[in-house]
Design a binder for this molecule. Structure first.
Ligand code: SF4
Length: 290
């Protein structure tokens, strides 16, 4: 007993301060790529990066006088292939991970370029940015609001049921880390439950295999209102590297309505925490339990 108390005193507090304090991530951590769309104008353009992208997150579409380059962070697995293939310096890998969005369209950035007659990419004409980059104080604000909202909306705590709809278990490993003393999800009054009937939120991973379609629908119907659904990771958002094929349906929103999308492959625990807190606000918008 004395040994345990001594060890506890020696170890001290290990729980991180995020989101009140900024997240500390290792120098080796690779987050989302950042694109300088203007640098892609009047040159070789986005072709090399798009050709290297394994998930089709960078797409090029030509119309009569314009070229549209679309970057979809919902498809991105943060692999860095685009940065390695692009020689213009327009792509840089960052350590950014707070990308969760309520609207799927906010994960998409579209740039429109002039298109020369011989097919080369001209200068940047228009840029439509989605959600990113976030305001710096966004995570801390979310946390403050979420604590009071959990109390206001639910009058108690928030219960999450995790549904694995065919993931590789990378996302599950990160979700499990939320319960350890470092991330300590319970400090927000948020905990995991075994049944969707006891849950307020479904946290769904995987591209949704056809074998899991019915199970996901049943879990959704069993969750009482106002339920929220959070799609986790590139697979949960869009099917990721699996996409839509004979075995997978291409994302959670193909089966049930999704309230919050958390990009990443897999999203690190900080990113999950950020998305879950965002989802608490969404729950309030959907109304109080009857
Ligand atoms: S990081 Fe990988 S998945 Fe994301 S846009 Fe670049 S090449 Fe595509």
């Amino acid at each position: 007993m004395f040994k345990i108390l001594k060890k506890t005193a020696q170890t001290g507090l290990v729980t991180i301060g995020y989101p009140q304090a900024p997240a500390r991530v290792s120098d080796q951590f690779r987050g989302a790529p950042r694109f300088d769309f203007a640098a892609w104008g009047n040159g070789s353009g986005a072709r090399a990066a798009a050709d290297a992208c394994p998930t089709g997150a960078i797409a090029i579409r030509d119309s009569e006088h314009s070229r549209h380059v679309t970057v979809d962070y919902g498809l991105c697995i943060y692999c860095g292939e685009c940065a390695a293939a692009d020689s213009s310096g327009a792509v840089q890998m960052t350590r950014q991970f707070e990308l969760a969005a309520i609207d799927r369209r906010n994960l998409v950035v579209t740039a429109e370029y002039a298109l020369a007659a011989e097919g080369s990419q001209g200068e940047l004409k228009k840029l439509h940015h989605g959600y990113w980059p976030l305001e710096e104080e966004e995570p801390a604000r979310l946390e403050r609001e979420a604590r009071s909202r959990i109390h206001q909306v639910l009058g108690r705590s928030l219960a999450i049921r995790q549904v694995d709809a065919g993931s590789c278990n990378g996302c599950e490993a990160e979700i499990a880390a939320l319960n350890n003393p470092i991330y300590d999800l319970e400090r927000f009054g948020i905990h995991f439950v075994a049944s969707p009937r006891h849950a307020d939120m479904l946290l769904v991973t995987g591209p949704v295999t056809r074998n899991m379609e019915l199970a996901l629908k049943k879990a959704y119907r069993a969750t009482p209102e106002p339920r929220v659904v959070v799609a986790v990771g590139a697979c949960g958002i869009s099917g990721g590297i699996f996409g839509r094929n004979y075995a997978t349906l291409g994302g959670v929103d193909q089966v049930v309505p999704v309230d919050v999308f958390i990009p990443g492959c897999p999203p690190r625990p900080h990113a999950l925490l950020h998305g879950i807190l965002l989802a608490v606000g969404r729950m309030e918008q959907k109304g109080l339990p009857q």
